[in-house]
Ligand binder design. Structure first.
Ligand SMILES: Cc1cc2nc3c(=O)[nH]c(=O)nc-3n(C[C@H](O)[C@H](O)[C@H](O)COP(=O)(O)O)c2cc1C
Length: 365
């Protein structure tokens, strides 16, 4: 797939997820097969650009090209300024967030709340496209709610405005993360425009990736939650799409190597104290479904230094290695998941996750 002058390595993207896809995690996903990554959203409110969180979100040092930065907001002039600001800091692609239903975005009538105001959408897109000389992309949902689907109209507005590619999460804003993804709506968008379209929503296995590509005829797919704790899903999908064969699950040693490399980057990026704290959720995701991981999560959470946390990870993986060479996987509805005893991860989010899967993550401050 092509975005402006950038030919992507493959048709696989890691979704922007505030509080999850920071630079170290994006880089890990890229190393493990994702051809494209978009940053966590950065607010268009310039007053917040000096906060630690914004500064980290705007730090792209060492990130593989093309660096894509997502901006969120509702004021065309502020969005244009945010686009210029991020291009000056290394963004080679600007992505506009009109897909996020999070309260803190939507309270400011940004994110997916914008979908119900098509003239404003047109003004924001025009302002941002005019402000920068890099490709501008857009991420949307199927509409404000199920009875007012307008993704096709928004897609035409986007194409008209000069948007270079469009990602569609196949749920309405009102649906949050609940209910089935409307892949037919994504297919309809794809038929309506000639710019590249990326399909997103509930892709959690190589087979699902293939099926979504076939059903939507999209140019690429984007994976979000299924990559939490399982960034190697990108190499599994890439391999399956290229060969029609499933890769075996990673070996325990491979997974440990990737996780330690992730932690290394992660601690360097966030620092010791915040690094240890933020790593807890990643480590919880990495191990929550693994046979033999036991109460490892408790150990990761109890650790207060990077050294102690790494030691806990090593102990956990020593236990896993005693059980077999490879991570244990099981079949579950919706795809292959790394799972085992009770508490096996469902392909679907819990009710709580469905409501606010980012835990009320703020835009920037
Ligand atoms: C924790 C979390 C944070 C998210 N943050 C963003 C964001 O910053 N920008 C955005 O456009 N979408 C955001 N999303 C939505 C995802 O990019 C994606 O559209 C959604 O999770 C559906 O894809 P999935 O089913 O593969 O997870 C977020 C989702 C989650 C779970």
């Amino acid at each position: 797939m092509r975005i402006g002058p950038h030919e992507l390595r493959n048709a696989l993207a890691v979704a922007p997820m505030a509080g999850v896809t920071d630079r170290p995690f994006r880089q890990l996903c890229r190393r493990l097969g994702a051809g494209y990554a978009v940053s966590e959203m950065v607010t268009s409110n310039a007053k917040l650009w000096g906060t630690d969180k914004s500064r980290r979100r705007m730090d792209h040092a060492g990130e593989p090209a093309p660096v894509a930065v997502q901006i969120a907001g509702a004021d065309p002039a502020a969005m244009a300024e945010a686009a210029r600001h991020n291009v000056a800091r290394g963004a080679a692609i600007i992505d506009i967030n009109m897909g996020c239903p999070a309260k803190k975005v939507c309270n400011a009538a940004a994110g997916s709340a914008l979908l119900s105001d098509e003239p404003l959408v047109a003004r924001i897109l025009a302002a941002v496209v005019a402000a920068v000389d890099v490709p501008v992309t857009l991420k949307i949902r199927t509409g404000p709610d199920r009875v007012r689907p307008n993704a096709t109209r928004i897609a035409r507005i986007a194409e008209e405005a000069g948007i270079a590619a469009l990602t569609v999460h196949g749920r309405s804003r009102a649906c949050m993360f609940v209910g089935p993804v409307d892949y037919a709506a994504i297919a309809q968008v794809k038929r309506a425009v000639s710019i590249p379209v990326v399909a997103n929503g509930d892709i959690d296995s190589p087979h699902k990736a293939r099926d979504v590509l076939a059903a939507t005829r999209a140019d690429a797919i984007m994976v979000g939650r299924a990559a939490q704790g399982r960034p190697w899903i990108f190499r599994e999908i890439a391999h399956f799409l290229a060969t029609g064969e499933e890769l075996p699950p990673p070996t325990v040693a491979e997974a440990l190597g990737w996780i330690l490399a992730h932690l290394d980057d992660h601690y360097a990026f966030h620092g010791e104290e915040a690094g240890v704290r933020i790593a807890r959720k990643h480590l919880g995701w990495y191990t929550r479904d693994l046979a033999g991981a036991g109460d490892a999560r408790h150990e990761f959470n109890a650790a207060e230094t990077t050294t102690a946390q790494i030691a806990a990870v090593r102990r956990c993986f020593d236990r896993l290695a005693d059980l077999g060479e490879r991570l244990v996987v099981a079949r579950a509805a919706g795809g292959v998941v790394h799972t085992m005893p009770a508490g096996a991860r469902s392909a679907k989010p819990t009710t709580q996750e469905a409501a606010t899967p980012w835990g009320g993550e703020a835009l920037a401050a």
